[in-house]
Ligand binder design. Structure first.
Ligand code: B12
Length: 308
């Protein structure tokens, strides 16, 4: 495999579905992946690094903690057995099919063709389990749209079109699956002032895979709204998403203490790109920083086993 460093971190995030902050955190905490540096000190990843990141993800979907998965890869030990079938089982997608679906979705976005985009997104929903489609096609599509928008290759209207169509399809999918589920409830919300509720759908799919029932409160949810929902619905856990840094005037320590109180002793988790900067405040308030929807699924399954 090619060991020449050549991909920037956002390209690797796009290829593997692992967000850039998580790639940096894995490197810092576990020593893997092992990127080189460009002349201007950017991280540069080789094909071998990309393959190792994919293997790390694979091992985690088999139930290993990131630290264990990294140790196994670094030591080159025997790999664990395949995982049991997923709860929402459908046939695994054929290799390459999800990449093609992703490319067609991006073409439709670039052409501002709403009808075509809706057809492509809906067609993608049949390519695997909801989580596979979310992690393999829809989340990477949203991240790529974000990158193109940042680079000026797509204007804000294209970005809004993509978000709206993907949110619509994910909303229907999670709504249908939630109506058919009867497990213990898990409340999902964006932290105060955060409007990025798209990640909540991915977390909701993970909650469903763990045989729990998601209750999505959505954008900009203050601690008082979480507290009221907790009192009414008695969920077993709370998941908060934080994509952008807190608005001026909001102090992380005080805000997370309020979410901790709102959770009433239940486990509560905080994920999202901006949450990595406030892990200390989250932990100090009794919360659990978390990276991916799959981590949430495992955390709920473990908590459920402990309750039984
Ligand atoms: C879509 C989008 C919007 C939409 C949101 C639509 C919606 N309903 O969600 C709209 C138009 C509303 C929006 C608004 C803004 N946005 Co915006 N947005 C994006 C965009 C393009 C995609 C976000 C997304 O959905 N990504 C896909 C998701 C699925 O991936 P993800 O975020 O990595 O989440 C994964 C994990 O982090 C994890 N996760 C996340 N939360 C949780 C929670 C739990 C419990 C768990 C387990 C896991 C987990 O799971 C997810 C799935 O794998 C990004 C670009 C980007 N590069 O991400 C910018 C981006 C996030 N936005 C940005 C900004 C600045 C804004 C605005 C301030 C812009 C403005 N000037 O008005 C406003 C902000 C408002 C606010 N207060 O929230 C910046 C943030 C930069 C920063 N660090 O500050 C970004 C990065 C774009 C950029 N480079 O400038 N945005």
């Amino acid at each position: 495999m090619n060991t020449e460093p050549r991909y920037r971190i956002h390209a690797v995030a796009e290829m593997t579905g692992v967000p850039a902050p998580t790639l940096r955190a894995w490197e810092r905490r576990y020593g893997i992946p092992r990127p080189g540096r460009s002349e201007s000190a950017y991280r540069l990843y080789s094909d071998t690094d990309v393959s190792e990141v994919r293997q790390l993800v694979q091992l985690q979907t088999r139930g290993l903690a990131p630290s264990e998965a990294a140790r196994l890869l670094l030591e080159g030990g025997p790999m664990p057995a395949e995982p049991p079938p997923l709860t929402l089982a459908t046939p695994a997608p054929l290799p390459g099919v999800t990449d093609q679906a992703l490319a067609r979705i991006l073409d439709a976005v670039m052409a501002y063709d709403q009808g075509q985009l809706e057809r492509e997104v809906r067609a993608a929903l049949y390519l695997g389990t909801p989580m596979e489609v979310y992690e393999g096609v829809l989340a990477p599509a949203l991240r790529e749209v974000g990158l193109r928008w940042e680079r000026g290759a797509l204007d804000v209207a294209g970005e809004h079109l993509a978000s709206r169509v993907v949110a619509g399809a994910l909303g229907e999918l999670t709504g249908t699956l939630t109506r058919a589920s009867s497990g213990p409830r898990v409340v999902l919300a964006c932290v105060e002032e955060d409007q990025h509720d798209l990640p909540l759908y991915g977390v909701a799919l993970a909650v469903l895979e763990a045989r729990h029932r998601p209750v999505i409160l959505g954008q900009r949810t203050p601690p008082s709204a979480v507290a009221a929902t907790v009192a009414r619905l008695e969920p077993v856990a709370i998941g908060l998403s934080m994509t952008v840094p807190l608005a001026p005037g909001l102090e992380a320590g005080a805000l997370f203490r309020a979410y901790g109180e709102a959770s009433g002793g239940r486990p509560w988790f905080v994920g999202g790109a901006a949450s990595t900067a406030v892990v200390h405040e989250i932990r100090a308030a009794g919360g659990h920083p978390i990276s991916t929807p799959s981590d949430m699924r495992r955390a709920l399954e473990n908590a459920h086993r402990r309750r039984e």
